[in-house]
Design a protein around this ligand. Structure first.
Ligand SMILES: [Zn+2]
Ligand SMILES: [Zn+2]
Length: 334
């Protein structure tokens, strides 16, 4: 089979690779489409080291090619999306349901080979059969959508509340739509206006650049009170938490999903004096079914976020496109 194999930083070669052999409990998946994200990009540059050689790719839509022994949940021919993280299932965190926090978590496309290939082998519990009517394009963002479904749920929005989304990349534009589906009024905040027309089309009631005057004033105008009830941070920049604290009202909630790895300065004075609740959100626990429901119902529209499309042979161009200013989601058709 053909696979894009990363042999070292920026050394990605499309080549013939051994057909994966599913172990008991595993499923061989024929990949139909794969999304490329910032994590793949950081692995490609070497900023996030992995064991080489490695096949990246964790946002996967495919079809069950074969099943090994002990698989009952899916059958050959099923259309599926892959939940690309699985935990040990035995530690205290797993047993209490916090499997996203398991210290022995395995990430497909990072710790083990992923789906920038014609075939990939994954545990059966990672395969979610998809609604018959849903198209591959709509399904390709199921994984990032599951991340966002959890992040929004961690912020517990109530119908009629005001929310701000910091960042207008793929996660931000998904968070906007999930918040809308939960009945919140949404302000989208970004460094640039580039995505504002799309954000408005997808349901943003207002948009704001971080350069447009004090964010706190804009949040007061939007909310017609002391700030927004909830902020979902998706930007992953060092200043994003400060922006979130500027936007949120006293007693409000901030969900942090996109933080950079380096230490970030946070004005905790503002957290304490105003009793702001800050919560982190890490991938997903049980959010795939809800993500699939939101796609199937049309409450979340993902095809407008797919800006680029390449065949597997042109994966190098896909990485270049990802870094470009007009990329939201770069897709590989495999
Ligand atoms: Zn990703
Ligand atoms: Zn565990």
């Amino acid at each position: 089979m053909k696979a894009a194999v990363l042999h070292g930083p920026r050394d990605l070669r499309v080549e013939a690779a051994a057909r994966p052999r599913p172990e008991p409990g595993e499923v061989l998946v024929r990949v139909v489409a794969a999304g490329l994200c910032g994590t793949d990009y950081r692995i490609w540059t070497g900023e996030r080291p992995v064991g080489y050689p490695r096949v990246m790719g964790h946002e996967l839509v495919g079809r069950v090619e074969a099943t090994a022994s002990g698989v009952a949940s899916v059958t050959t021919g099923d259309r599926i999306v892959v939940e690309p993280n699985y935990s040990c299932g035995r530690c205290p965190l797993c047993r209490e349901g916090n499997r996203n926090l398991c210290l022995s978590r395995t990430a497909v496309g990072i710790d083990v080979d992923g789906g920038f290939a014609e075939l990939v082998s994954v545990p059966a519990r990672c395969c979610w059969p998809v609604p018959a009517a849903a198209e591959a394009d709509a399904l390709m963002l199921t994984e990032p959508l599951a991340v966002v479904v959890r992040a929004v749920a961690r912020g517990a929005p109530k119908r009629g509340e005001t929310a701000a989304v910091v960042g207008a990349g793929s996660l931000g534009l998904l968070a906007l739509q999930v918040l809308r589906a939960r009945g919140a009024r949404v302000l989208v905040v970004s460094r640039s206006r580039r995505r504002f027309a799309l954000a408005t089309e997808l349901g943003a009631e207002a948009t704001l650049t971080t350069a447009e005057g004090p964010l706190a004033d804009a949040a007061r105008r939007f909310s017609t009170r002391e700030g927004v009830d909830l902020v979902v941070e998706t930007a992953g920049t060092a200043e994003a938490v400060t922006h979130a604290l500027d936007l949120v009202r006293p007693g409000g909630r901030v969900v942090v999903t996109g933080l950079p790895h380096e230490p970030t300065s946070v004005p905790f004075f503002s957290v304490v004096r105003r009793e702001v609740t800050i919560v982190g959100s890490m991938i997903y626990q049980d959010e795939f079914p809800e993500a699939l429901r939101l796609i199937a119902s049309g409450a979340v529209r993902t095809p407008p976020l797919i800006t680029h499309r390449f065949g597997l042979d042109r994966i190098g161009e896909a990485f270049t496109a990802h870094a470009g200013p007009d990329a939201i989601k770069v897709a590989l058709a495999i």
